[in-house]
Design a binder for this molecule. Structure first.
Ligand code: CTP
Ligand code: CA
Length: 219
């Protein structure tokens, strides 16, 4: 192992990482979010810095410590995340690990929604697909998406490479125990735009982040 070349694999590269969940507000007290812990993205940001990159981490709400040395930007909603990500769209690498909400309330109520005797329906509209937006006018950026799936993993992941114009997708099987969202570990399969696959056994996200960066940085 050549330690010197490892630490400089991303030297002078601008790396954007997104992580964590988004929060879509319904009223001043209620919101829609998801189970993302942010651990995978934070691990990638931490490791990319150790590989010599200039790292920007755009993060939703998490309980995690900000990794040392990164340019840290905190966001709340998918719209805020989109607005920040766009500023870094020409990074050398983008790792879109955030769990971006697909839907947001059609209307935000600035006063508390009161309960009624009947059922409540909340109208939701689609959010912008941030990754697809980046893919649509991609220049030299290496664009990496993440796909958390419970079934048909390869098929869905491959469709996402095409529809979002990605260079790589990192698919993980969230139906597996000790994998995915809240876990400290993960089991992933990396697929590139040519269909070449590389799978990793279950391991801590910190170690996996190292492996992922090594694999993608050397290609
Ligand atoms: N993504 C994004 N903007 C969105 C939704 C998703 O940038 N509004 C990104 C995610 O950060 C991830 C990739 O797209 O890197 C795949 O997200 P995923 O939820 O697996 O796929 P979707 O395209 O949203 O499809 P579905 O949820 O139906 O599987
Ligand atoms: Ca989604």
């Amino acid at each position: 192992i050549n330690l010197l070349s490892m630490n400089t694999l991303y030297k002078d590269k601008n790396v954007l990482v997104t992580a964590g969940p988004t929060i879509e507000d319904i009223d001043p007290f209620r919101y829609i979010t998801n189970n993302s812990s942010g651990k995978m993205g934070y691990s990638i940001a931490r490791r990319a810095y150790q590989f010599g990159a200039n790292v920007t981490l755009i993060s939703g709400e998490t309980n995690l410590k900000i990794p040392q040395g990164v340019n840290f930007i905190k966001v709340r909603s998918s719209k805020e995340m989109l607005d920040e990500v766009i500023k870094y769209k020409d990074s050398d690498y983008v790792f879109m690990a955030a769990a971006v909400s697909d839907y947001t309330p059609e209307n935000f109520s600035d006063i508390k929604v009161k309960k009624q005797d009947s059922n409540l329906n909340i109208a939701l509209k689609r959010t912008t697909d941030i990754l697809k937006t980046l893919g649509a006018d991609k220049k030299d950026t290496i664009l990496v998406g993440f796909a958390a799936e419970t079934n048909n993993i390869k098929e869905y992941a491959k469709n996402k490479i095409k529809s979002k114009n990605l260079d790589y997708i990192i698919a993980n099987d969230i139906s597996q125990p000790n994998s995915g969202f809240k876990s400290d570990n993960n089991t992933v399969l990396i697929i590139d735009k040519f269909g070449i696959e590389k799978s990793y056994e279950n391991m801590p996200k910190n170690d996996l982040a190292y492996e992922i960066l090594e694999y993608i940085g050397r290609n």
